[in-house]
Design a protein around this ligand. Sequence first.
Ligand code: SAH
Length: 220
Amino acid sequence: MPEPPIDDDESVERMGFLLTLRRRGISDQAVLRAMDEVPRERFVDGDFSDMAYADRALPIACGQTISQPYVVAYMTERLALRPHHRVLEVGTGSGYQAAVLSRLAREVVSVERYRTLAEQARERLQALGYNNVEVVVGDGLAGVPARAPYDRIIVTAAAEQVPAALLDQLADNGVMVLPLGPHNGAQHIIKLTKSSTGVTRENLIGVRFVPLLPGQAQEL
Ligand code: SAH
């Protein structure tokens, strides 16, 4: 069987995808490798598959969105993941961010308030062989205490304040990255680092995320 040509449309598109991430300042090689490895087209709805490698958020089921690749890479880079880390993600959505995390950490627990999204994400992750991700249906504002503490926590929906339960479930020397701000206003990514002397906060880039809402979704 001949090798497929290297300059086919898909590989050109995916080279452009990585180039955009580099140009925008993502420099961690392990993060770039993970972004290269995870097929984003498997996480977007069929209607949008031709836009899977564009640097933009796209709609998914339940009125939610799969985040923009740059923001996924940026938040992942800020987490400074190590291969032994256990990570909690709040807001599974499509499962894409969880897939990227799974390439860089030992174990990922991801919690989603919509059962439909959680089930779809679980199936996708399984089909891709990403076996170190556990998807849980529930209210991520409460974290997933049964699996705590977490070396790293990432929240992928905008919080109006830092959820106290998540800070409690963060290990000592742990890092949490989340979008913070009003639901329809200016939100920023913030990075919290927990140490024996307290929590330090860094304010990072401006973003726009769907809201972090309390409780498990009543609709599917
Ligand atoms: N990380 C996702 C982005 C999904 S958008 C991806 O890569 O595709 C944010 C998700 O957070 C939505 O699916 C939304 O339903 C979920 N969400 C919002 N509030 C939540 C909460 N309290 N607990 C769990 N999930 C929540």
